[in-house]
Write a protein that binds this ligand. Structure first.
Ligand code: AMP
Length: 192
């Protein structure tokens, strides 16, 4: 099983690259951001809770997020592996993920992190906000908070997997195809 964590700050292109990686490697794409947006769109209790954090650019609490991820994984016992996009975002989530995968007799194969500078991220997110319908992409203060939260709470996840020698860094600036090729080069190393 290939279990891939697609990692990077908000606006680094995780969603775009995940779609391409799914096509190439045939894995199940799980985006916790998409799952939350689905719940918010249906105005479920989970969606209502998530919205109060997402609208401020804060992380949804670990217990809620981990429960939702576990649910999604449990629904797909047929999956040959996962592309996790936007999860784990805290070390506690990473530990919970390792435990979940261990119960399924598997593990994280690799974390590929896309590096993009803050100015470019802000520009990309504001541009996306014109068409994405996402409130959290339209407000520069919320975008700044999302980047701050990423640096403080999420980058330790890359360090956590580095201690397991599973973290790989790629340059996230370039065309979609160029970045895709860089990601595939790193992923193909763990496939052989
Ligand atoms: P994304 O689409 O990945 O940018 O996620 C949008 C928002 O959903 C984030 O800014 C968080 O508020 C929330 N979210 C998504 N994934 C997680 C996660 N793994 N842990 C906590 N909050 C999350």
């Amino acid at each position: 099983m290939l279990n891939l964590i697609l990692f990077g700050p908000p606006g680094s292109g995780k969603g775009t690259q995940a779609t391409k990686l799914v096509e190439k490697y045939g894995l199940l794409h799980i985006s916790t951001g998409d799952l939350f947006r689905y719940e918010m769109g249906n105005n479920t209790p989970l969606g209502q809770e998530a919205r109060s954090y997402i609208d401020k650019g804060e992380l949804v609490p670990d217990s809620v997020t981990i429960g939702m991820l576990k649910n999604k994984m449990d629904k797909h016992p047929e999956a040959h592996g996962f592309i996790l996009d936007g999860f784990p975002r805290t070390v506690a989530q990473a530990e919970a993920l390792d435990q979940l995968l261990k119960e399924g007799h598997t593990e994280v194969s690799v974390l590929v992190a896309m590096n993009v500078d803050d100015a470019e991220l802000t520009e990309r997110l504001l541009e996306r906000g014109k068409t994405s319908g996402r409130a959290d992409d339209r407000n520069p203060e919320i975008i700044a908070n999302r980047i701050k939260v990423y640096k403080e709470q999420t980058t330790p996840v890359a360090d956590y997997y580095a201690t397991q020698d599973k973290t790989r860094l790629v340059n996230g600036v370039g065309s979609i195809e160029e970045v895709f090729e860089r990601l595939c080069n790193e992923i193909d190393v763990v496939l052989v």
